[in-house]
Each structure stands twice: as C-alpha cells, then as structure tokens.
Design a protein around this ligand. Structure first.
Ligand code: G
Ligand code: G
Ligand code: MN
Ligand code: NA
Length: 256
C-alpha cells in the first residue's frame, strides 16, 4: 500500500504537526482548553487532513505510533503555556484517541509516562473517544475508561449522537464531558428537530453530571440557542479555527 509506506516515512521524517482549536466557556467566553488536531505536511501533496490518513493508519496499526507521538507532543507544547500562566491551571488539553489506541494494552502506562515526562497535571489532560469506539465492546470499554480515570485524566465522549449508543450504557460510562456532534449544531436554527435533540442531549448530560461542549459553532444564532439551553462550552469557527502553537499563544493573550 502506497499510503502505508508514505506514513512510515512521515513518522521518520517528522512530517506531522499539531494544531489546537480553542474551546470557550459559553458563560463568560474564557478559554477553557483546546482540542489537539493532527496535520500532515506532505512534501509533495501539501497539507493533508486527518480524515485522509487516520483511517489508513488505524487499519495498518501505525496509529499506535502516531497517536503516542500526538499525546506526548500535545502535552509538551501545552506544558509551556501552562507554566507561563498563559493557559489557566483549570484549562484542559484534549487529545483524540482512535479505537485501536483505546484498546492498546500499553495505553495507560503510556499516559502515565507522558504525564511524568511533560509534567502536566493529570487534570489538565482530556482524552476524546468517539461514541462508536466505546460501543464496540461496552464491558471492555468501561474497564479501560476506569483505568484511564485512575490516572486523573478526564474522558470526553466525542461525536455524540452519530453512533448508535444505548442510553442504558451511557449512564454506566465514567465520562466527564459530552461533545455534541457538529451535525446537530450545523442546522440550528432552521432545523427544529436538531434543536430539540441538542436541547435534550444537553439536559440529559447535565443530569448525568457531564459537562457539555457543542462542536462546530459557526453563527451567533447557534451560540444564542446553545446559551439559552445551558450548554457549557463551545468550539467552532465562530470562536476560532484550529491554531498553530504560536497563533494559540497570541489568541490567549488577546482573549485574556
Ligand atoms: O481536524 P479535522 O477537522 O480535519 O479532523 C477530522 C477528524 O480527524 C476528526 O474526527 C478528528 O477527531 C480526527 N483527528 C484529528 N486529529 C486526530 C488525532 O490526533 N488522532 C485521532 N485518532 N484522530 C484525530
Ligand atoms: O470529530 P472531531 O470532533 O474531533 O472533529 C474536529 C474537526 O472539526 C476538526 O477537524 C476541525 O477542523 C473541525 N471543525 C472545528 N470547528 C468547526 C466548525 O465550526 N465548522 C466546521 N465545518 N468544522 C469545524
Ligand atoms: Mn474530537
Ligand atoms: Na467530534
């Protein structure tokens, strides 16, 4: 496979970079944290987004090396902003975990090692796991989540509403944050069904003591609706696009 070979070279030649998209409080618009997103700077093809290579890396198993690199680099890069006080100690850096990473038996040891070498407090790290990953094998997923939680790291359920989750399982998941998928936010305020679902999901998450983040917030109307329905945080182009570390530094200083 051509892409598999190119991915191998990409790892060896340091062609991956990270960008960080701010998440903001819908109460006071302060920055609550960032989501880490990987980018591939291909020498000929230019910038490649993750949906073009993460699924392949997942299939070939290369996602383990790539994912470990993302986790360590994200913590390293954010660690300096925390030390400088540019990011508050309450801020969280979120990292996406693929299905294969989530079930990797070395995951928790790797998390502990990264926390130790980058010196970021465990409560500053959050792992985003998609609803479909968690539903593959529910009992195993609960055990892994409990192990992750024992390190002090938080767990977010990503792309919520797009998989087929059973609500009887959701209540057993030790989840801190629920991320409402962009597909529900997108058509607010035109689609009344999406509005009803979003409002209900926010209320449900709050009753289960979860924090709610709305993804893909692009308009003032969406923001107003989310605030009216007590959504805790927002992420999307209305607030900021994903930023390089230098851009994030400036964003945080300007939004202080
Ligand atoms: O950044 P962008 O919107 O193009 O991301 C597309 C998808 O790729 C999203 O679903 C996002 O969760 C996923 N993604 C981005 N970075 C990472 C990463 O570091 N690891 C994994 N597993 N997925 C990622
Ligand atoms: O699946 P996940 O939630 O990890 O996906 C994050 C992806 O969503 C990132 O690739 C990011 O570039 C993209 N994204 C973030 N904010 C917006 C937005 O406001 N609109 C759109 N269309 N995409 C967004
Ligand atoms: Mn995500
Ligand atoms: Na998502």
């Amino acid at each position: 496979l051509a892409l598999e070979k190119e991915l191998k070279e990409a790892i060896q030649r340091n062609q991956f970079t990270l960008v960080f998209q701010p998440k903001v409080s819908l109460f006071d618009y302060s920055t609550t944290g960032v989501e880490t997103l990987i980018r591939w700077e291909h020498p000929e093809k230019g910038l490649i987004t993750p949906d073009h290579f993460i699924p392949v890396a997942e299939e070939t198993g290369q996602i383990i090396d790539i994912g470990n690199w993302v986790l360590e680099q994200a913590c390293r890069q954010i660690s300096s902003l925390l030390r400088e006080g540019i990011l508050p100690p309450t801020a969280k850096v979120a990292v996406n975990l693929s299905a294969k990473q989530f079930t990797d038996p070395n995951l928790v040891q790797h998390i502990r090692t990264v926390l130790e070498i980058t010196k970021i407090p465990p409560q500053c790290l959050e792992l985003e796991i998609t609803e479909s990953t968690l539903m593959e094998d529910v009992e195993t997923a609960i055990a892994i989540m409990q192990e992750i939680k024992s390190t002090g790291v938080a767990i977010a359920i990503d792309d919520f509403g797009t998989g087929y989750s059973s609500l009887s399982y959701i209540k057993r998941f030790p989840i801190d944050v629920l991320k409402v998928d962009r597909s529900f936010v997108m058509d607010i305020p035109d689609d009344k069904n999406d509005m009803a679902i979003t409002a209900a999901v926010i209320a449900m998450a709050h009753k289960l003591s979860m924090n709610v983040v709305a993804e893909g917030v692009e308009t003032r109307e969406q923001l107003q609706f989310l605030r009216q329905n007590n959504c805790d945080e927002g992420q999307g182009y209305l607030f900021s696009r994903p930023l390089s570390l230098g851009q994030l530094h400036r964003f945080l200083i300007e939004n202080k």
